[in-house]
Design a protein around this ligand. Structure first.
Ligand SMILES: *[C@@H]1O[C@H](CO)[C@@H](O)[C@H](O)[C@H]1NC(C)=O
Ligand SMILES: *[C@@H]1O[C@H](CO)[C@@H](O)[C@H](O)[C@H]1NC(C)=O
Ligand SMILES: *[C@@H]1O[C@H](CO)[C@@H](O)[C@H](O)[C@H]1NC(C)=O
Ligand SMILES: *[C@@H]1O[C@H](CO)[C@@H](O)[C@H](O)[C@H]1NC(C)=O
Ligand SMILES: *[C@@H]1O[C@H](CO)[C@@H](O)[C@H](O)[C@H]1NC(C)=O
Ligand SMILES: *[C@@H]1O[C@H](CO)[C@@H](O)[C@H](O)[C@H]1NC(C)=O
Length: 270
């Protein structure tokens, strides 16, 4: 009798615990749909949605590293591979973003001695670009041969050599490769307009298939990112699971292939 009482008590506790757990999960899941409803707007950039997210949005509302920030001058910035870029334009239809290195906006030469590189699994250049290389700390012998040196900022002897193409530092201390739009450069580096050229930026295309997200939004869902599958997922209003689209989720007997239940990795992001 005593033993039975203890078992029932335990069973009751476990059920109570499970009930609480399920309740907590589903209330958080409503939040998934609700909390990914915002679009990003800042200055000239307006209404940008997935794969981007704004600074205040939860991590699961956007693709990793597609984090947009709005600075005090209403300029949009994004940080990719240790370089901060000013975002000049985002075209979600063609998946092309126009960006310029933030560190060349006020002074012509890059201040962060980091090459302009991308995660090429996610981003690619569009065809209309060319590389230019800034060479820092070159010996005088190189300077004499070099046709082009630019003044960086205010200091008189703070000059850097610029060549077209992507190059290593050679005899100089550092090299920093920066892409520019080819149309603007017309095949050669025009030093008189170098600052303007850099500030006009260049284009990158993000490669992820936009179909997953359009399938989601067209069925009333909101796109998000699943950290368990590393892919775009769909948050549907009032649905306690991730899905590929909300019409699939609303089917009377949802096929297991269209729905992946929550993993602990997902839950840890709530
Ligand atoms: C930034 O944009 C907001 C909203 O459009 C505006 O109220 C604010 O004055 C702008 N700030 C600057 C520095 O332009
Ligand atoms: C960014 O910089 C940090 C520290 O300087 C370094 O550890 C990291 O490897 C860099 N990341 C990339 C993608 O270059
Ligand atoms: C630009 O430089 C990168 C290496 O930094 C290279 O992979 C790429 O092919 C270059 N692009 C052009 C158009 O020369
Ligand atoms: C910069 O130039 C000034 C004179 O124009 C010179 O005295 C100084 O040593 C130079 N600094 C460097 C780091 O070359
Ligand atoms: C930039 O890339 C070149 C190779 O294209 C490399 O030699 C150079 O060291 C890199 N610069 C920096 C600052 O990493
Ligand atoms: C997702 O990405 C993380 C980190 O990049 C990796 O450790 C994990 O194995 C990936 N998961 C899948 C299912 O690809």
């Amino acid at each position: 009798m005593d033993f039975q009482f203890v078992s029932w008590f335990h069973l009751y506790s476990v059920l109570l615990f499970l009930n609480t757990l399920v309740f907590e999960c589903s209330s958080h899941l409503d939040d998934w749909y609700e909390s990914c409803g915002a679009t990003f707007s800042c200055g000239a950039i307006t209404g940008v949605g997935y794969p981007f997210r704004g600074n205040g949005d939860p991590e699961y509302c956007g693709y990793p590293s597609f984090l947009l920030k709005c600075d005090q001058d209403n300029m949009t910035t994004i940080r990719l591979m240790n370089v901060t870029y000013r975002v000049l334009n985002i075209d979600q239809t063609t998946q092309v973003m126009k960006i310029a290195r933030e560190d060349v906006m006020d002074v012509t030469c890059p201040q962060e001695l980091v090459n302009t590189t991308f995660n090429y699994a996610v981003y690619d250049f569009t065809s209309a670009y060319m590389n230019i290389t800034f060479l820092y700390g070159c010996p005088v012998s190189v300077k004499l041969q070099s046709p082009s040196s630019v003044s960086c900022g205010s200091k008189e002897n703070d000059s850097v050599d610029v060549v077209s193409g992507a190059h290593g530092p050679g005899n100089c201390k550092y090299s920093v490769v920066v892409p520019v739009l080819k149309a603007g450069a017309e095949g050669s580096v025009s030093l008189t307009h170098l600052d303007q050229l850099l500030q006009e930026g260049f284009e990158v295309r993000w490669k992820m298939d936009g179909k997953a997200c359009s399938d989601c939004t067209s069925t009333g869902g909101r796109c998000g990112y699943s950290f368990s599958t590393n892919q775009t997922t769909c948050f549907c209003p009032g649905q306690p699971y991730l899905s590929d689209s909300c019409s699939a989720a609303n089917r009377a007997s949802p096929g297991p292939e269209s729905i992946h239940h929550l993993s602990f990795r997902d839950l840890s992001y709530l």
